[in-house]
Design a protein around this ligand. Structure first.
Ligand code: ZN
Length: 171
């Protein structure tokens, strides 16, 4: 990674980590999901106002590290007004970028999200960066359960122990 991109990465993460955009509950939400990354302690709730096939509005709230907060903040900016298909395609491209796989040609442009390429240099942070995206996808699917980055980990104290099996594996 060039030093320019590294500077931009740090600047952007700090900015969005400190002043997250689209932060707070969404009154018009008709889909929500919770995400939890026990390795870092990140906890986020993603709210979607899904109108037909379009993410009319998207917000999030929760507490996490700078990377998970910045990732959620930039995700909401990137996905507002997008179709479900576009959102899923962007997630795939984002995931490919930060895990170091070459994104397939012809996919949607990542725009500002490209700064997350810097996460590659910090492998333990990949789950922090992808948590909001996995949570968004769970909200889209309407699964209504907590997404954990660690399968089998205790995802939420509010969850019944009987729900522990069959939790989707993340990352
Ligand atoms: Zn984190």
């Amino acid at each position: 990674m060039s030093s320019d991109l590294r500077d931009l990465y740090q600047e952007t993460i700090l900015d969005h980590g400190k002043r997250p955009r689209n932060f707070g509950a969404l009154a018009s939400a008709n889909r929500t999901a919770e995400g939890y990354n026990p390795l870092c302690g990140d906890r986020e709730t993603v709210y979607l106002d899904l109108q037909g096939d379009v993410l009319q509005d998207i917000r999030f709230e929760g507490a996490g590290c700078a990377i998970s907060t910045a990732s959620a903040s930039m995700m909401t900016e990137s996905l507002k007004g997008k179709s479900r298909k576009e959102a899923e395609a962007l997630f795939k491209r984002f995931h490919d970028l930060i895990t170091g796989q070459n994104p397939a040609p012809g996919g949607p442009p990542l725009g500002k999200l490209e700064v997350f390429e810097g996460v590659r240099e910090y492998p333990v942070r990949i789950k922090c960066a992808t948590l909001p995206w996995h949570t968004m996808k769970s909200a889209l699917l309407g699964e209504g359960q907590t997404v954990s980055t660690e399968a089998g980990a205790e995802a939420s104290p509010r969850e019944e122990p009987s729900d522990a099996a069959g939790k989707p594996r993340v990352c």
